[in-house]
Design a protein around this ligand. Structure first.
Ligand SMILES: Cc1ncc(COP(=O)(O)O)c(C=O)c1O
Length: 437
């Protein structure tokens, strides 16, 4: 049992405080709650924030204990600022009036509305594939697709840094999960050659993303698809973070790499650019439609996306696929490039390729918690990513840019980041003096 005096709020990680030895299952989480509360008390718990107004570039965030943090917002996922766009709100409102606020059923029964069916059709057209299937969440789309496709004797070959919904789907589907080094097509090919030599008849699913959410890096998808085809494997690509937000036409890195028409299965989320919860699977393999509808736990046995959500996404898609969408992406990318170069010019390391996510390397748990606390207390709202989302002491800020950010806001964020680094490294910040008092 962990003594509360032993809480290591700077060096420890959340999994240190899960007490496996306790028989009472909920009780195992007690020390972890104590550790988070200790972090909150000394001001280094930047998680579970909530808001009390529309998501915008300036907001008031509230900590778990209700303490307000007003500031410039780099912590929201609404890359083109469509979630608060009047036309999108109007579309959702009209759908609520016309269809009510609930789908009232699974899509396998009668939970679809005509508006959801239209969304599936238009999404497929946008992606240039034969069909798309809408899910209530992106998480459910990723997890459920893998569970539906892969059976016990099959194999999953998955990027070691792929999103949790993909990792958990792979582990739930089969014991034959092969994790390959991040973005390494050679690593995939080596594994496929070995699996095929030993199991000529097995199904193999290769799983990756276009933009990785913690590193903003991008694999060579066209090359990967060619490898998969050679070995009779199926490729699925999660496009959650770049679809709609990146590429001239808004089709993300698949468009930039000229790989759009080649990928076996595309899976994504609406929750980053399309103004709503929800996800999808899109492919030329039309047999997937009813396979997913009737054989996928996260679609079959859950209520369909609400009419308001479908209407919001449909309205966002119309904007994304228009000259206005192109203009919004151009401005977003200008903000991204300005943020990346400004941070680099003052000595911060930023990772990956240009996308709405700018990962900023911080390092140790303690330093990054103190720097994040400084940011929140000085008007710069940002998400800290730490273990288990990234490696221990591999902490980073996941700075999220939006179309509406101004250059002045970005410059202010960078100046605050420099001040946070200076204050924490010289040990004179308010937080440190409190802790060492
Ligand atoms: C790469 C990736 N895939 C899937 C998801 C899940 O999407 P959603 O938020 O729609 O459940 C996310 C978002 O958290 C993500 O970052």
């Amino acid at each position: 049992m962990v003594d509360s005096a032993e809480f290591d709020v700077f060096g420890g990680v959340t999994t240190d405080y899960y007490d496996q030895a306790v028989i009472d299952l909920p009780g195992r989480w007690k020390p972890m709650t104590g550790w988070w509360d200790a972090r909150m008390r000394i001001g280094v718990d930047p998680y579970s924030k909530y808001t009390a107004a529309r998501i915008d570039t300036e907001i008031v965030a509230y900590a778990r204990n209700g303490e307000p943090f007003p500031g410039i917002n780099f912590a929201s996922q609404d890359y083109l600022n469509l979630a608060t766009e009047k036309r999108v709100i109007n579309a959702a409102t009209e759908a609520a009036e016309r269809y009510g606020v609930h789908s009232a059923g699974s899509s396998a029964l009668m939970g679809l509305t005509e508006i959801t069916v239209e969304l599936e059709r238009k999404l497929a057209t946008f992606l240039g594939v034969a069909d798309a299937t809408v899910f209530p969440t992106g998480w459910g789309a990723g997890y459920g697709l893998i569970r539906t496709l892969v059976r016990r004797n099959d194999h999953v070959v998955i990027d070691v840094l792929a999103h949790a919904c993909l990792q958990e789907g792979a582990d739930a589907a089969t014991g034959n999960v092969h994790r390959f080094p991040h973005c390494s097509n050679e690593g995939v090919e080596r594994r496929l050659a070995r699996i095929r030599a030993e199991n000529p008849g097995a199904g193999i699913l290769v799983v990756t993303e276009t933009v990785f959410s913690m590193d903003s890096d991008v694999p060579d998808i066209a090359g990967l698809q060619a490898i998969c085809t050679r070995y009779g494997a199926t490729l699925m690509v999660d496009v959650a973070h770049d679809l709609g937000a990146v590429g001239r036409g808004g089709r993300g890195y698949l468009e930039i790499q000229g790989a759009l028409m080649t990928v076996d299965i595309i899976m994504g989320s609406f929750s980053k650019t399309f103004g709503s919860n929800g996800g999808f699977v899109a492919s030329n393999r039309v047999e997937l439609k009813l396979a997913l509808r009737y054989g996928c736990g996260t679609l079959t046995f859950t209520n369909a996306i609400s009419p308001m959500q479908a209407a919001a996404v449909l309205s966002c898609l119309a904007i994304v696929d228009s000259p206005e969408g192109e203009r919004r992406r151009k401005r977003l990318m200008g903000n991204v490039m300005h943020m990346r170069s400004s941070l680099q010019s003052v000595g911060f390391q930023v990772l990956g390729e240009p996308s709405a996510i700018v990962p900023v390397v911080l390092g140790s748990n303690g330093l990054s918690r103190k720097m994040t606390s400084y940011m929140l207390n000085h008007g710069a709202i940002v998400n800290l990513v730490e273990y288990p989302a990234v490696a221990k002491n591999g902490c980073r800020w996941r700075v999220q840019l939006m179309h509406n950010h101004t250059r002045e806001q970005i410059d202010a964020f960078v100046m605050t980041a420099v001040a946070a680094r200076d204050a924490v490294s010289s040990g004179v910040d308010r937080l440190l003096s409190l802790v060492t008092a």
